[in-house]
Design a binder for this molecule. Structure first.
Ligand code: MGP
Length: 211
């Protein structure tokens, strides 16, 4: 039976109006007319702030790329954007639920925090595209027990490392945060410790939670 997702959309296949015969990507990989809906709509953002960027002007470098709400459209986007391993240093991709800007200041993020891990660039170059892919799939596939806590994910390209981060809506419930951190770690299967810090602690350097 069809159920409504958080967008109020039906979870059943999306079929063009007036078309009573649907063809999925499994039936015809080119001429399909029905798509598999995601539980949320997701927006992909990109930024590569210059050296002069600071917290006051950082938002100006953010570019909203595209929003999608089906499995097929996710793959359409993923297959047609630059791979993370080819991005220049200081770039970031942000995949956030539609309506949430990938900024600390957004009302969905301002009480939240992030799980993150830094992966040495030289050891991770050949794996980073899959690591980022699995991170996105965990989000859009609703792998998390506390799914509504998830705001979005970020991959950052830096001179010495890649950073994967998952942003949460709140930062005051240790059990909830630890559950999300453990699931993230399990889903993307990388060695090393993920650390959680509230956004407002980033500057003050409070002791992080670790999984
Ligand atoms: P960063 O890219 O999250 O950290 O933020 P990193 O990778 O440790 O630093 P980098 O210098 O190697 O890139 C870098 C800077 O971008 C911050 O110090 C802020 O000036 C700005 N910035 C980043 N974010 C995510 C935000 C944000 O959400 N809001 C605002 N106002 N500025 C931000």
């Amino acid at each position: 039976m069809a159920q409504n997702n958080s967008n109020g959309n039906s979870n059943s296949l999306q079929v063009p109006t007036g078309d009573n015969k649907y063809v999925t990507v499994f039936n015809d990989p080119v001429n399909f007319n029905a798509k598999h809906p995601l539980n949320n709509s997701w927006t992909l953002w990109f930024d590569n702030p210059g050296k002069k960027s600071n917290a006051n002007n950082w938002e100006q470098s953010l570019k909203e790329l595209i929003t999608f709400d089906t499995v097929e459209d996710f793959w359409g986007v993923y297959n047609n954007i630059m791979k993370t391993c080819d991005l220049s240093v200081s770039s970031n991709y942000h995949l956030f639920k539609q309506g949430i800007k990938p900024m600390w200041e957004d009302s969905a993020n301002k009480h939240g925090g992030k799980w993150s891990i830094q992966l040495p660039r030289n050891k991770t170059m050949s794996d980073i595209d899959n690591i980022w892919l699995y991170t996105m799939l965990a989000c859009i596939g609703e792998a998390f027990e506390h799914e509504s806590e998830v705001c979005g994910v970020v991959v950052s390209v830096r001179k010495a490392f890649f950073r994967i981060a998952l942003w949460t809506r709140s930062s005051d419930n240790r059990d909830v945060a630890m559950s999300i951190g453990r699931t993230l770690k399990g889903q993307i299967g990388v060695d090393g410790a993920f650390e959680f810090q509230p956004h407002h602690d980033t500057k003050t350097g409070g002791k992080p939670w670790v999984v």
